[in-house]
Design a protein around this ligand. Structure first.
Ligand code: AP5
Length: 211
């Protein structure tokens, strides 16, 4: 079974590496951030409740996030393994995952310094339609401003404004980083340095998964 958690600060490269692992291991990525953005876009009840917290760079309440995660991991395509990107984000969320009886095999932390994060997020572009992620310097789309995957426009994510990034980093250090100790105690954590390029980081992540 390949039930994998990707841990790391906002902009550490979780979504980028999830795309690579997903192709290599043929398992789905479950991104709570993408699911919440889809709910906001669709104007669902969950989406309306989540929007204010997301815009402010704060965490969405556990009852919403745990609810959508529980439904998603019960789907047929997740029965042979999955990559969790953005969940859990706090010790209570990790405890909720354990209480659901979900066996986690590996937790990979992508470790990137805060000043590098600020640079990465200022150059990030995303497709609001299919969720593909780009960077103006490190991972440009083939045609400027257009998604390689679905041909729709790519834009700056609303929560990538510098002030919001600062709040997201504070939330990460205070609430999410303690998960490193939580999974270290369980013998599941491997830390990988986020490298200069996407490819170098992928090689380190895949090596950690195969170790
Ligand atoms: P979410 O969407 O999960 O955002 P995040 O964790 O802040 O992570 P990001 O998506 O910003 O970054 P990433 O690590 O995936 O980096 P990426 O690969 O894009 O969550 C958004 C919001 O939803 C939260 O703030 C919260 O409100 C809510 N939420 C979600 N889950 C929740 C939960 N469980 N509980 C409560 N609330 C929740 O890479 C970043 C950029 O860098 C890209 O441009 C990329 O091309 C570039 N890049 C990546 N790797 C490299 C590299 N090695 N070298 C150079 N450039 C690189």
């Amino acid at each position: 079974m390949n039930n994998i958690i990707l841990l790391g600060a906002p902009g550490a490269g979780k979504g980028t590496q999830a795309e690579v692992i997903c192709k290599e291991l043929n398992i789905p990525t479950i991104s709570t951030g993408n699911m919440l953005r889809a709910a906001v876009k669709a104007g669902t009840e969950y989406g309306l409740k989540a929007k204010a917290a997301m815009d402010a760079g704060a965490l969405v309440s556990d009852d919403i996030v745990i609810g959508i995660l529980k439904d998603r991991i019960a789907e047929p395509d997740a029965q042979n393994g999955f990559i969790l990107d953005g969940f859990p984000r706090s010790v209570p969320q990790a405890e909720a995952l354990d209480a659901m009886g979900v066996q986690i095999d590996k937790v990979i932390e992508i470790d990137v310094a805060d000043d590098t994060i600020q640079k990465r997020l200022s150059g990030r572009r995303v497709c609001l339609d299919c969720g593909a992620t780009y960077h103006v310097d490190f991972k440009p789309s083939k045609v400027e401003g257009v998604c390689d995957v679905c041909g729709k426009p790519i834009v700056i994510r609303k929560d990538d404004e510098p002030a919001t990034v600062k709040s997201r980093l504070e939330t990460y250090h205070k609430t999410t980083e303690p998960l490193k100790g939580y999974y270290e105690k369980q013998g599941k954590l491997t830390s990988v340095k986020g490298r200069e390029t996407v490819e170098e980081t992928s090689a380190a992540v895949m090596a950690a998964l195969k170790a």
